[in-house]
Design a protein around this ligand. Structure first.
Ligand code: ASP
Length: 286
């Protein structure tokens, strides 16, 4: 089967990103490596460096104004993950180091930042003018309307929908099949609006990503719901039982109106599905 690198630009992202995603996929495809991990990390790094996406540079702010990011990589039997990491340029590269250099699966918060510095990742502010403005709008909303904050995070989304203040989208992810082996990577600034300390599905194996000997799966959308359904493992374990596109469609549709999307590769297929717009990019090569 040909090699495949499939990228997404987030559940809710519009198709204006398609050209950029295709370009990132084909630039990455020209790498000499035979290791699928290199392909997913490099393509996610390119998307993190693109300020249009809610990952790395351009990550959205939390309600308190801080930026905390989640990222993860996975190949068969190995996972590296960072959650609530701050002031690094490329969380996905730190996640790879967690996998390769530590006995752990996940590092979080200040421990993840300390580890990143020890690995040579410099202090970096991922704020952009766009995310600063989004945050100011959110603060105005909360101040102006005297909204009593609901207990459950998911309630925030209802308010976001009703009042139309900026929502999460444009997070990034990649799955690859290279030489018959699989890898997955994901990176996000999270689902705005969210509290400081909130961790979404993205860094959680089984929820936001999964990779094994039969394929790789990456999810995007409202993290809390994705975690509740263990979405990526739920899809992974059905790989090979019926067409991949059919599995993705059924699983995504089981979320009803909750925004969600997914990309996946298997031994002989690749597919993506989302219940709203979701930009994707792809490269295949022999
Ligand atoms: N799933 C991510 C999160 O909840 C956000 C996204 O994919 O849009 O943090």
């Amino acid at each position: 089967m040909p090699n495949v690198l499939l990228l997404h630009g987030g559940a809710g992202s519009d198709n204006t990103y398609t050209d950029a995603l295709n370009r990132y996929a084909s630039n990455t495809a020209s790498m000499k490596s035979k290791n699928p991990l290199d392909f997913v990390v490099e393509s996610v790094r390119l998307m993190e460096d693109d300020p249009s996406f809610n990952a790395g540079t351009g990550s959205v702010k939390r309600i308190d104004g801080s930026i905390q990011m989640d990222a993860a990589v996975m190949v068969k039997n190995s996972i590296g993950s960072v959650s609530a990491i701050e002031r690094v340029r490329n969380p996905v590269m730190v996640a790879r180091e967690v996998m390769l250099q530590t006995p752990h699966v996940m590092l979080t918060g200040d421990g993840a930042v300390k580890f990143a510095r020890a690995m040579g990742f410099q202090d970096y502010d991922p704020t952009t003018e766009r995310t600063e403005n989004i945050w100011k709008k959110m603060v105005d909303f909360f101040n102006g309307k005297e909204v009593e904050l609901p207990e459950r995070y998911s309630e925030y989304y209802r308010y976001a929908k009703i009042f139309g203040f900026p929502q999460h989208k444009d997070t990034v992810g990649a799955v690859a099949r290279i030489g018959g082996k699989f890898a997955a990577a994901v990176s996000t600034g999270g689902s705005s609006p969210m509290m400081r300390g909130r961790v979404g599905d993205s860094p959680l194996p089984g929820a936001g990503l999964y990779a094994g000997e039969n394929g790789a799966v990456v999810a995007t959308g409202i993290g809390e719901e994705i975690i509740r359904k263990m979405m990526c493992y739920d899809i992974y374990r059905e790989i090979g039982t019926r067409p991949l596109g059919e599995i993705l469609k059924e699983k995504v549709e089981s979320f009803g109106k909750v925004l969600v999307g997914v990309i996946a590769v298997s031994e002989d297929e690749y597919a993506s599905y989302s219940n709203s717009s979701m930009a994707t990019g792809i490269s295949t090569w022999p």
